[in-house]
Design a protein around this ligand. Structure first.
Ligand SMILES: NC(=O)c1ccc[n+]([C@@H]2O[C@H](COP(=O)([O-])OP(=O)(O)OC[C@H]3O[C@@H](n4cnc5c(N)ncnc54)[C@H](OP(=O)(O)O)[C@@H]3O)[C@@H](O)[C@H]2O)c1
Length: 232
């Protein structure tokens, strides 16, 4: 007779590197990783520190222009979580936006592949496509393509729709959308389901779950799939 009461096999302890921990999604990912016994060490690389102390947390500040030169060793982990991003308004120009949402994202994926990380999990955006006529979507799509070309065991790309959650900073357009879009949820059925707003915490849960499943190959999740995978 099969013993169905047997405890599940414990996860092999894993190490993580998180980029973007001071952000909305990254903050949730950090909370999850620190609370999860499957991760024994969580390294955070950012241009400024996060206001957290934890025995598993290893904080490092970085000049992202020199990520691969100065921080190679930080990428020798199991899972790299990339929650980096900015807006054209915050960055100041399209070029400056591209530097973060493409160049830093890709340079981190290269460093991950060069230094033996197994998986790279990236928060991209709904509509990302290298062939898009919309600049934002094109940059996101080009970043995705460059990341998925890296020789890693697993690449997970999450394409959330509008993110819901509390931000320290004010983003007027986003705040208006956060109020309007949920009221339109009922209209977003069938293929439109992927444009429903999504909680940043749900995106973070999906990311960590997929890392722990030890996803292999390239997996791209649209927002409705993130919702299913990261549901509470
Ligand atoms: N907002 C939305 O509705 C939405 C929708 C779909 C997809 N996304 C995408 O989802 C991802 C996560 O979004 P989010 O809202 O969680 O992002 P966020 O709150 O704006 O956080 C972005 C992170 O990137 C870091 N960062 C920005 N510019 C940097 C620079 N020049 N050098 C180093 N680090 C830098 C930030 O660090 P600092 O704290 O130091 O600035 C922060 O840790 C982004 O790629 C975003 O484009 C967003």
């Amino acid at each position: 007779m099969t013993d169905t009461t047997a405890a599940p096999a414990p996860h092999t302890p894993a190490t993580a590197l998180l980029l973007g921990a001071t952000g909305l999604v990254g903050g949730h990912v950090l909370d999850l990783l620190l609370a999860d016994p499957a991760y024994t060490r969580v390294t955070v690389l950012g241009r400024r520190p996060v206001a957290r102390m934890h025995p598993k947390l290893d904080q490092r500040t970085a000049d992202f222009e020199r990520l691969r030169e100065d921080h190679a060793i930080s990428f020798a982990v199991d899972d790299v979580f990339c929650c980096l991003g900015t807006t054209i308004k915050a960055a100041g120009s399209q070029e400056a936006f591209r530097r973060v949402d493409h160049d830093y994202v890709v340079s981190a994926a290269r460093a991950a592949a060069e230094h033996g990380a197994r998986r790279y999990l990236l928060v991209s955006a709904a509509g990302a496509s290298a062939r898009s006529r919309i600049f934002y979507n094109r940059v996101k799509g080009e970043a995705e393509d460059a990341v998925r070309a890296q020789p890693l065991d697993g690449v997970v790309i999450l394409r959330p729709s509008l993110l819901m959650g509390e931000r320290a900073e004010t983003r007027t357009g986003e705040q208006i959308a956060q109020r309007i879009m949920p009221a339109l949820d009922w209209m977003m059925v069938g293929p439109l389901r992927r444009y429903r707003p999504i909680e940043a915490a749900t995106v973070a849960r999906a990311m960590v779950r997929l890392a722990k499943e030890k996803t292999r190959g390239v997996r791209v999740l649209e927002s409705d799939e993130i919702q299913q995978t990261g549901g509470a």
